[in-house]
Write a protein that binds this ligand. Sequence first.
Ligand SMILES: Nc1ncnc2c1ncn2[C@@H]1O[C@H](COP(=O)(O)OP(=O)(O)O)[C@@H](O)[C@H]1O
Ligand SMILES: [Mg+2]
Length: 600
Amino acid sequence: MHKYRLLLSRYFKPYLRQAAWLGALLLAGVILRLLNPQILRNFIDAASAHAAASVMLRQAGWYLVIAILIQGLSLAETWLATNIGLLATNRLRSDLARHCLGLDMSFHKQHTPGEMIERVDGDVGTLGNFFSRFVVEIAGSLVLMAGILVMMFTIDWRVGIAFSLFTALTLLLTYRLKDAAVPHYRKARQASAELFGFLEERLSGTEDVRANGAVGYVLRRFYQQSRPVLRHWATAAGVGVLSFGSAWVLFAIGAAISLALGAYLFQHGLVTIGTVFLIFRYADLLNQPLDSLIRQFQDLQQAGASAIRVLDLLALRSAIPDMGQRELPSGTALAVHCEEVAFSYPQPEGARSIAEGNEDENTAQAGEADHLLSGINFHLPPGTILGLLGRTGSGKTTLTRLLVRFYDPVQGVLRLGDAPLPELPLALLRQRIGLVTQDIQLFDASLRDNLTLFDPAIPDQRILAALAELGLLDWYGTLPQGGLNTKLEPGGSRLSAGEAQLLAFVRVFLRDPGLIILDEASSRLDPVTEARLDRAVERLLQGRTAIIIAHRLRTVQRADRILILENGRQVEYGERQALANDAGSLFARLLRTGLEEALA
Ligand SMILES: Nc1ncnc2c1ncn2[C@@H]1O[C@H](COP(=O)(O)OP(=O)(O)O)[C@@H](O)[C@H]1O
Ligand SMILES: [Mg+2]
């Protein structure tokens, strides 16, 4: 219950007024529902007493008016309830989305986007009903039920007692059965989440899948993954219907009791035929709140499972605590220090427990030396450029991830300006570092939005000025009509790697960072794009500190210092000029053998 209270107070409270309206509508509906059978009774009694047609017509008219009112009320109820549900859950959705985006990279490596979607939308959707209807509907049902039972007591005390007992018994029995389907629903949801994850991954890899002729295999896996989905949903639905079915049997028994009681009372001249019908109608009406209570309890179970999952997710703290308070000078190049840094990627949970199971103290010691990166030391005064060299897999990209705090080092300290990274607010840190990765993500949006990353505060003049500064106006001129409004394809599929990188430069340039990290694409570029890139890089690096993972000689030659990595170890570090002049240095050897081949 505590968990519901938490969610309710955070997301339902702001809508209490609407909920009060909903309650009022429900109450009005209850009263009208209780009233209508009474009119029917009067009508029947009038008919059997051969009353005047005008009397009967008036009663029929009232019946009709009330029936229409009831429908109108339930329309309004549904509208309000849906609104409350969506308003509340949309807030929860956006909170969850923001929370997920704030979680660390190791979390995102372990959970697929598809799984996130199922959490942020699927589970929250289940909670929607809970927010909108649960309290109101339970209250409404209880009031209606009490109203019906009171009415039955006013008809005859025997009827009242019989149906009170019947109601209590039905509630007890269905309460017993309510959990039967829950574990099946939980399994079904999990299977769905896994299928989503699978689909998301394969669809985003569609190019590789098709190019390698793997469509058939992927489809077969898809069928295999779908099978548990079918099985669990079918079981859940079956068990659900069975427990509902028992309720329907009970309702039929209720109807039989009402008819038997009515017949008995009528034969003893205690009630009119209209009242017999009234008893029958009330017994029938009783099904409604009973049914709705059963449903709400079932939903509560599903909502409970979802609430737990949602709260678990909200309770996850990022492995990268964001508690820094320090400031950084803006608009200037920033110094970078790296002292004795060592790092290994966190192991996925399953792998970790296996590793820990076999671990004794010796291997724990060996683990230290086994870090992916270790013993990294360098220092960049403001405005200097570090060329980071090394073969594929030597840990260059990993080192840049430490600088933007996608991960924290296991040992050692990284400083920006003079502040150790954890002492800086994450937002500030990432605002002052411009990162251009090898894998540039473009969005299905206009060129403008892709450059500003949807920040409407950046005026077009500034974007155009940035394009001009980076020497891209001629490229901009070649764009199809629309200029900044040009739509980019999702994933930037129409842009070459070089063009994508140019766009990423503009992005970074607009943010005016104090440190640029450039993970140069290793693919070869056509000479025109290459010349453009060179010009843009030149301008981008002006007056900034930079770390460049370079694959091309032209870029390496911009560097003031060189750091060479091999298997995560720093094998050479020094002034570029000095290293180039020292024939025995690794760097000089690299230059002789041809950088671009050696670093491929
Ligand atoms: N997210 C990750 N989780 C675990 N291991 C990773 C991850 N990213 C890279 N690695 C591993 O770290 C090593 C260094 O990778 P990386 O830093 O990308 O090298 P480089 O950029 O020099 O090619 C590689 O062995 C790679 O398999
Ligand atoms: Mg890399």
